[in-house]
Design a protein around this ligand. Structure first.
Ligand SMILES: NC(=O)c1ccc[n+]([C@@H]2O[C@H](COP(=O)([O-])OP(=O)(O)OC[C@H]3O[C@@H](n4cnc5c(N)ncnc54)[C@H](OP(=O)(O)O)[C@@H]3O)[C@@H](O)[C@H]2O)c1
Length: 328
């Protein structure tokens, strides 16, 4: 790897801007190249961020030998094909969540990743937030004591506001876009469930909302919600026999959590840098500089597990995306 890792971005949309903002805080990498299908989007991006190379064709960015790692920030449907293209061109990959839209595609990505030995990681940024790492460490030897988790990710986005959210051809809907966060929390802390039940509302080919219960032994459970048509505080609650952990207000971007025990509340604050994407970025830098091909904190096996349960939830909701994007 060169002294400073050179990033290329595919798809300079909303999240790519936040990513580029946080990349500026790093001393280990920088934004080197950008590809968009739109000249005006490149121009507008360049007003805010310095980028040495611009491409109007994603493929051309991948042909640039000086790009070390590609951040894929396209809609969900376009993650899988572009990961495969990146690997064909010998590029390491950080791909936005969900890494693929189904487990079969993740399995194929893992196969190609192992074949090429190139680094691939899903950008599930919450996993890398200092406050989450702190909480996880504290819970480490209490995992089996967790009796239940309640977590949601909901916001109000009516049809038309953010087109990709309601577009079946882009694998829109609440589960893949935001429901993935509470599912991640439950799986990461409680592990695989023994049963799953899901319900929701599928309208015009996407799930507007879903509720999932994961069942564990001894009646333990996780209640998970996502909704693109209702706003909530988004608190996550992790219950143990004698205490409860609360991650208040938009828990997925946490920089604090509360422990309530014996009617006493202790607040733990662990600040994040920038929007919070800095931490996943630095983790990728670390992995690349150590020659790792997967993240030790969030390996592809965890991405596969997430995709597996999202498939199971979609099965319960009878939610199938167009064949053109479900195929491998
Ligand atoms: N980690 C987070 O906190 C977070 C937050 C929001 C979103 N996300 C994830 O980031 C990804 C992108 O979301 P976003 O909100 O940034 O989306 P967005 O603003 O709509 O931007 C998506 C970009 O993808 C490109 N694109 C390529 N093919 C496309 C197609 N067929 N239709 C539409 N756009 C296409 C577009 O780039 P060009 O037209 O310029 O080529 C566009 O700039 C999704 O996977 C989403 O789940 C993550």
């Amino acid at each position: 790897m060169p002294q400073k890792i050179r990033w290329g971005i595919l798809g300079p949309g909303k999240i790519a801007r936040k990513f580029a903002h946080d990349l500026q805080f790093s001393n280990h990498g920088y934004l080197y190249a950008l590809a968009s299908r739109s000249a005006s989007r490149i121009e507008s991006f360049q007003k805010d961020f310095s980028v040495a190379r611009q491409y109007l064709d994603y493929e051309e960015l991948l042909q640039d030998p000086d790009v070390d790692v590609v951040y894929i920030a396209t809609p969900h449907s376009h993650h899988y094909p572009w990961i495969l293209r990146c690997l064909e061109y010998g590029k390491a990959v950080l791909c936005e969540k969900p890494i693929c839209i189904n487990a079969a595609q993740v399995r194929e990505v893992i196969r190609k990743q192992q074949e090429t030995g190139l680094f691939v990681m899903e950008a599930l940024w919450t996993r890398f937030l200092p406050a989450y790492i702190h909480l996880r460490k504290e819970l480490d030897n209490q995992i089996l004591d967790i009796t239940s988790i309640t977590a949601d990710f909901c916001y109000y986005s009516p049809r038309g506001a953010v087109p990709r959210v309601y577009e079946p051809h882009l694998a829109g809907g609440s589960l893949l876009d935001i429901g993935i966060y509470p599912l991640f929390l439950a799986l990461d802390l409680m592990g695989p469930p023994v049963g799953l039940q899901a319900t929701g509302w599928v309208d015009q080919g996407v799930d507007v909302r879903m509720t999932t219960t994961l069942q564990y032994d001894q009646g333990r459970s996780a209640m998970l919600y996502s909704d693109v048509q209702s706003a909530t505080r988004m608190d996550a609650i992790i219950r143990l026999p004698e205490k409860v952990y609360v991650i208040p207000h938009q828990w997925h971007k946490m920089d604090e959590y509360l422990v309530v025990e014996d009617q006493r509340t202790t607040r733990h604050e662990v600040a994040k840098i920038g929007w919070g994407y800095f931490h996943e970025i630095e983790h990728v830098h670390q992995c690349l500089s150590q020659g790792l091909s997967q993240s030790p904190l969030f390996p592809l096996s965890q991405s596969l597990q997430l995709a597996h349960y999202m498939d199971a939830i979609r099965h319960e909701l009878s939610l199938i995306y167009p064949e053109a994007i479900e195929k491998i």
